[in-house]
Structure formats: structure tokens, C-alpha cells
Ligand binder design. Structure first.
Ligand code: UN1
Length: 500
């Protein structure tokens, strides 16, 4: 047994997952830290999916009748369990997803935060009262539980993305069936264990929370099941384009949070020290493997050289290594495929006329796929710049004015997150206006990544249009009814229709 396996098993044990491994299992769990196999798991079959969804649906039928503020207790328990087990869940995330400890702890904090938000929401799932044109009538709307929510999540936020969906779905009165990434199954088992324990503590039906362990065939069975009115999918645009038509074919709803190609515009007035810090965190954090990671900097020509020099020197001292070592800022890429995509993008950008300013090579750390984060100065926004490469690869583009910057900014297919560094209020407001950034998230003087859960999270165009987490995203997980009540003894018809 490797040291990482022992650590993972110890964390799992404390999270309530006892002896998960089965040497004969068909699914292999790896750590990107050293590429080693942690253990093997037996997956679910397509037949299992139908049974699990059936049980979830039956649980939903009971759960929807529990008053929402009482449902909130489940999420409060989940939040408490996450507080109690923050360190071991974070360790598991680091071992499986390769995130540095501080970011793994941050991910668990994000889960605690959404639980807090959901507890409060459980008393605020309110509809409108609307003026009616008919005397002696009242019109109002109510929000009712929706049903079984299918959640599909990616490796890079192996726990938080589930919690954004699950915490809201649980208070909304729904059951959740989760298909996690095959790359982060242990983290998923741990989250499921905590949710099951929270359900047990409050006496909620056990099957309101379940997971599907397996490959895309298991995911497809979830997507195609008519008992699942909402499929919330986070991952690549390619995955979203497969999921959305299948869900639409049975007239289900999808909530999509897909790829990003997030940029930062750096204007002449920018505070460059702040900009450099914001850019480095967003471009290099999570080894560039967030959907909100910064991939493009669009800098004004007058400060291009200065910014480039500062970024290059910041990049040259980045500590690359095991995410479990204190002080590391750049952990490994998730796997060989991610490494190859990084290398191919670095080569293509140079073939397109780009200049490799720093990084781009493999860093020799253990047996994992560690890389030196790259900056490439590009003469123009070529196809490779428009593609999302899930790695620490930052393209630098030059602009002559803000109009040109915004045009370049929006000239990609994705529309998740964006930012501008400027001290000029006019520029900042223009960027946030209807004619500015076309993304779901637009920031001023912070990078595009690291959003808090209070805001609606998601984006436009190839990002899929969904909004998760805060604001009124809870409405995705409920069904709206419009109710008109006649408390008079007359029957006036709307639109003045006479029918007698
Ligand atoms: C993702 O990468 O799928 O804004 C989510 C952020 C995080 C969430 C990222 N709060 O970077």
C-alpha cells in the first residue's frame, strides 16, 4: 500500500467510508500527485441506475411533503459535518484532484457556505403576489419541489459543485442522484457518506441522496431517465452538447455550467501590482484547471512590456510540487491527457506566431504530470487562443483602446467569467455594461476566478447559460405554480370575455 493510499483510506474512514476498495473492481482510482493507483472500485450498472432513480423518486414523494424550513435542518447538519470533517475531506480532494491544501480547504469552505445559504433559503422560497384584473380574486405564485435532480460534475471541483446543487435541491424538496467524475470517485463517496449521515440524523428518507459510480454509460442512463426533470451538468462544452439535446428530447430541463475562456483586460490606469497578483492567482491556481481560470490577458500596448516583465518574474519563482507540501502553489495536472493537451496548445500557439515567454515544459516532480505554467505572447487571437485548454497556459494579447479590448474579449465562443483591471470609473462601468463583457460573471480589479457562492454562478454562449449557487438560482430546482383564487360570488372572466 502506498503512503497516499494509506492517507486516502484513513481520511475515508474518518468520513464514514469503510473499506471501499475491491481489487476486482473495474474502476481505477488514481492520484495525480504521483500517478499511482490508490485502489479499485466496483461500479454501478445501467440496471442499477434505474433502481437508484426509482428509490430517489420514492424518497422525493415523501420529502416534498416536509415543510421547507424543516428540510433546512438536513442542510444544516450537512454543513456541521463538513465543518467537523473539513481537514480530511480537503486531504482527499488534494490526493484525488491534486489541489494544494489551501485550495482544497477553500473548496470545503465553499460547501459549508452553500449549506449556510441553503439553510436561510429554506425559509425564503417565496413567490410573488400579483395584482389581478378580476374583482374578488387573488393571484399568486408558489414554488414547489421539482423531483429527482441529476447532478453531473467534473474532477476539478469534485465536491463543491455537487454541494451547490445538492444543498439547494435538498431544501427545495428534491432528491439528488449524482454522477461524479470517474477521476474523483473517492471524494464523491465521502460526500455521499456525509449527506447520508445528515439525512439519518434528521430522519430524512435515505434515498434523497445517492451516487452513481461508473463511466459515461451510467451518466447517459441518468440523462435519459424521464423521472429526472432536471439535469445539472458541469464540465466541458463537448459534454454539455451531448447532454442538452438528450435531456431536451424528453423535454427535461438542463442546467449547464460548461467551459470558459476567461480574460482580464489590463488598462493603462491599472494598479499593476494588484493586477499581477490577481492574474497569477487566476491563471495558475488549481494549475489552471478551473472553469473560471484566466486564459487570456488583453493588455494596453503602453503597458504591455512592463506587465509582461512583472508576470514573467512572478512565474519564475512559482513553487511547483506536491499539493500536500506546505508552500506549493502549483500542483499537478490531473492526468497524461491534460499534460498532452497543454503541450499541444503550447506548440500550436508558437506555430501561430506566439512567443513563449516563460514555462511550457514538464517539471520533474515525482511521477505526476507537473508543468511550468506558461505565458505566450500572441500576435493575434488565433484558434488555439479561442479554445479552452484546461491547464496553466496564459495568452497575452495587445490592444490599442478599450473598444478593441472588449471586441477581442467577446470574440470567443465561451462566456463564463471576465475581469478588467482599471482605476478609471468610466472604463470599469463600460466593461460591466450591456455593451461590455458578454460573460455571466464580470469583475473589476479582481481576476475571473474565485467567485463566492452568494452570487449566481455560470455563463453564456458555449458556457451553457445555467446559473448555480446564489441569488435566485434555487428556482432551477423547483416548479412554479400560478394560482388564481376567486373569493367572490361572481365569475368575472379575464380579458372581459362574456360567456353567458
Ligand atoms: C469550476 O471550476 O467548475 O469561481 C467552478 C471559482 C470557484 C468555482 C469554480 N468558486 O473559481
Amino acid at each position: 500500500m502506498t503512503d497516499l493510499t494509506a492517507q486516502a483510506l484513513d481520511a475515508l474512514d474518518r468520513l464514514g467510508v469503510k473499506d471501499p476498495f475491491d481489487p476486482a473492481g473495474e474502476l481505477s482510482c488514481h492520484s495525480p500527485i504521483d500517478g499511482s493507483e490508490l485502489g479499485r472500485l466496483r461500479g454501478n450498472t445501467v440496471q442499477d441506475v434505474a433502481t437508484i432513480i426509482g428509490a430517489a423518486h420514492a424518497a422525493f414523494l415523501d420529502w416534498r411533503a416536509v415543510p421547507a424550513p424543516v428540510r433546512g435542518r438536513l442542510v444544516r447538519e450537512l454543513g456541521e459535518l463538513l465543518r467537523e470533517h473539513k481537514a480530511e475531506l480537503a486531504t482527499l480532494i488534494s490526493i484525488e484532484a491534486g489541489k494544494i491544501t489551501s485550495e482544497s480547504l477553500g473548496e470545503v469552505q465553499e460547501m459549508i457556505d452553500i449549506c449556510d445559504l441553503a439553510v436561510g433559503l429554506s425559509r425564503q422560497l417565496h413567490g410573488l403576489t400579483i395584482a389581478t384584473e378580476r374583482p374578488g380574486h387573488r393571484m399568486m405564485e408558489q414554488w414547489h419541489p421539482l423531483g429527482v435532480v441529476g447532478v453531473i460534475s467534473a474532477f476539478n471541483f469534485p465536491a463543491a459543485v455537487w454541494s451547490w446543487n445538492a444543498a439547494l435541491a435538498f431544501v427545495a424538496g428534491d432528491a439528488v442522484v449524482w454522477k461524479p467524475s470517474e477521476k474523483t470517485l473517492l471524494t464523491a463517496l465521502a460526500c455521499q457518506s456525509l449527506a447520508a449521515e445528515a439525512a439519518r440524523r434528521v430522519g430524512a428518507p435515505a434515498a434523497i441522496t445517492s451516487i452513481l459510480i461508473g463511466d459515461h454509460t451510467v451518466g447517459a442512463a441518468l440523462v435519459d431517465d424521464a423521472r429526472v426533470p432536471l439535469v445539472s451538468a458541469t464540465g466541458s462544452t463537448r459534454m454539455g452538447k451531448e447532454v442538452a439535446p438528450r435531456v431536451a428530447a424528453r423535454l427535461g430541463r438542463s442546467l449547464l455550467e460548461l467551459g470558459g475562456n476567461n480574460a482580464a483586460i489590463v488598462a493603462p490606469s491599472a494598479d499593476l501590482d494588484l493586477a499581477v497578483r490577481g492574474i497569477v492567482f487566476s491563471a495558475v491556481g488549481t494549475a489552471g484547471q478551473r472553469c473560471t481560470s484566466l486564459r487570456r490577458v488583453i493588455v494596453h500596448e503602453s503597458i504591455h512590456d512592463d506587465l509582461l516583465a512583472r508576470l514573467a518574474s512572478a512565474y519564475e519563482t512559482l513553487p511547483i510540487g506536491s499539493p500536500l507540501e506546505p508552500g506549493t502553489l502549483v500542483g499537478p495536472l490531473i492526468d497524461q491527457q491534460a499534460y498532452e493537451a497543454f503541450g499541444a496548445a503550447v506548440d500550436q500557439a508558437q506555430a501561430d506566431g506566439g512567443t513563449l515567454v516563460t514555462g511550457g515544459q514538464r517539471a520533474e516532480v515525482a511521477d505526476g504530470y507537473y508543468v511550468h505554467p506558461a505565458i505566450i505572447a500572441m500576435p493575434s487571437q488565433t484558434d488555439i487562443v479561442k479554445a479552452e485548454t484546461f491547464a496553466p497556459l496564459l495568452y497575452l494579447l495587445t490592444c490599442r483602446d478599450l473598444d478593441e479590448a472588449i471586441a477581442l474579449h467577446n470574440d470567443v465562443s465561451q462566456g463564463l467569467s471576465s475581469s478588467i483591471f482599471t482605476l478609471d470609473a468610466r472604463e470599469a462601468e463600460l466593461f460591466l455594461s450591456a455593451t461590455g463583457s458578454d460573460c455571466g460573471i464580470a469583475n473589476v480589479n479582481i481576476g475571473p476566478s474565485g467567485a463566492e457562492i452568494g452570487g449566481a454562478f455560470g455563463g453564456e454562449k458555449d458556457t451553457g447559460g445555467g446559473r448555480e449557487s446564489g441569488s435566485d438560482a434555487w428556482k432551477n430546482y423547483m416548479r412554479r405554480t400560478t394560482n388564481t383564487v376567486n373569493y367572490s360570488a361572481e365569475l368575472p372572466l379575464a380579458q372581459g370575455v362574456e360567456f353567458a
